[in-house]
Design a protein around this ligand. Structure first.
Ligand code: SAM
Ligand code: SF4
Length: 354
């Protein structure tokens, strides 16, 4: 007889892998298209979009999330893309998920273009949190980085999200050498002033142009150095758990360490200090394929099974099997992986769902 004394039911039946990690945090891409072309993510042109019929419908998304939440122990959902706001029925998608999963936290990572007109409706539909990606506050730098002149629209979107009650809003920023790296302290100053929580993400080799180079990447330790011209960072008291960001309290350089912090910042050092051993993520692409890791070279197609009439129990079983073989680290079995060992997957970040 199998011994499972002391193991909660969701864990026993959940998304456990060979190394004992349990995936409870679901990242679901709702669309592969985007209205920006960030140089670190997409090529300027030539992306082949998924045809509409291959995208999951709102009902299919809600069913998959419900299986994850009720049968497999998923406790958090993040909608991503591509750009989730490009999906015209996003509010309906969120409301359908909310109907199926009344208490599940639903967040979204977005570039915020068009969010000014939709933040309140998304809130009313049941969305709980929003992360906005914003890499520069200078219109020219923003346009160079995203290949679109939409900085004002993004800032309008951030303001509307705060007004709709989504605060504290997390701001994600990727620094590129010679483009926006020297703006790091200004971005932090702005985020603190606005009451947002800034997160710097190390540039990963997931860009559509395949131009990533280790020596061009701004590492988390370099980011700390860039910020030290104006700020002091000290480790935040919270336990990190499976969270990708290492959190720090922020004070001005000459401020006493005993005085209240101005705010917090997160550093996501996915390349220089990968957190794979504590990873809690399960990813689903916009066409309903499970990826156990961002850097996976394999996918399991749940949508085709769903459309072929599979039951919830059959889908849950396939999902569990897909996650069981999750690679040890960064899509690889290597222990003590260095960044030189990254094997870039075929799909870029926007097509996987970051
Ligand atoms: N379009 C939305 C956005 O930009 O927030 C959601 C999708 S985007 C792929 C999700 C996150 O991935 C963004 O915060 C973006 O900065 C980040 N990202 C994209 N490409 C990346 C890369 N090569 N390395 C690190 N982060 C990347
Ligand atoms: Fe679009 Fe987000 Fe990728 Fe930028 S990072 S191109 S906004 S999907």
């Amino acid at each position: 007889m199998a011994l499972n004394i002391g193991i909660p039911r969701t864990r026993a039946a959940g998304l456990v892998d060979r190394f004992g990690r349990v995936a409870t945090d679901m990242r679901l891409s709702v669309i592969d298209k985007c209205n920006l072309r960030c140089t670190y993510c997409m090529p300027a042109e030539g992306m082949a979009w998924l045809p509409q019929r291959m995208l999951m419908t709102a009902d299919e998304i809600a069913r998959l999330v419900a299986i994850g939440h009720h049968d497999l122990g998923v406790g958090e959902l993040r909608l991503t893309g591509g750009e989730p706001l490009v999906r015209q029925d996003l509010e309906f998608v969120v409301s359908r998920i909310r109907e199926e999963c009344p208490v599940l936290p639903i967040s979204m990572t977005t570039n915020a273009v068009g969010l000014d007109r939709r933040a309140q409706d998304l809130r009313d539909a049941g969305m709980t949190r929003i992360n906005v990606s914003l890499d520069s506050l200078h219109p020219d730098t923003f346009a160079t980085l995203t290949r679109r002149p939409f900085l004002d629209r993004v800032l309008d979107g951030v303001r509307a999200a705060a007004q709709a009650g989504f605060g504290p809003i997390k701001i994600n920023a990727v620094l590129l050498r010679g483009v926006n790296d020297l703006e790091a302290p200004d971005l932090l100053e702005w985020a603190i002033d606005q009451g947002h929580e800034l997160r710097f993400i190390e540039h990963m080799p997931l860009d559509g142009d395949r131009a990533w180079r280790e020596d061009r990447m701004i590492s988390a330790s370099e980011i700390r150095m860039l910020l030290s011209t104006r700020f002091t960072l000290s480790p935040a008291p919270e336990l990190r758990g499976g969270a990708p960001a290492e959190l720090f309290e922020v004070r001005r350089r000459r401020q006493s360490p005993e005085s209240p912090a101005l705010g917090r910042i997160g550093l996501i050092s996915s390349v220089t200090e990968p957190f794979c051993a504590a990873c809690t993520r399960t990813r689903v692409t916009a066409e309903g394929r499970v990826r156990s890791c961002l850097f996976s070279h394999e996918e399991t197609d749940l949508l085709s099974e769903m459309r072929a009439g599979a039951t919830d129990a059959e889908i849950a079983k396939r999902w569990r099997e897909a996650m069981y073989t999750k690679p040890r680290a960064h899509g690889s079995e290597t222990v003590g992986l260095s960044s030189a060992d990254f094997v870039q997957p075929e799909r870029s970040m926007s097509a996987i769902g970051g």
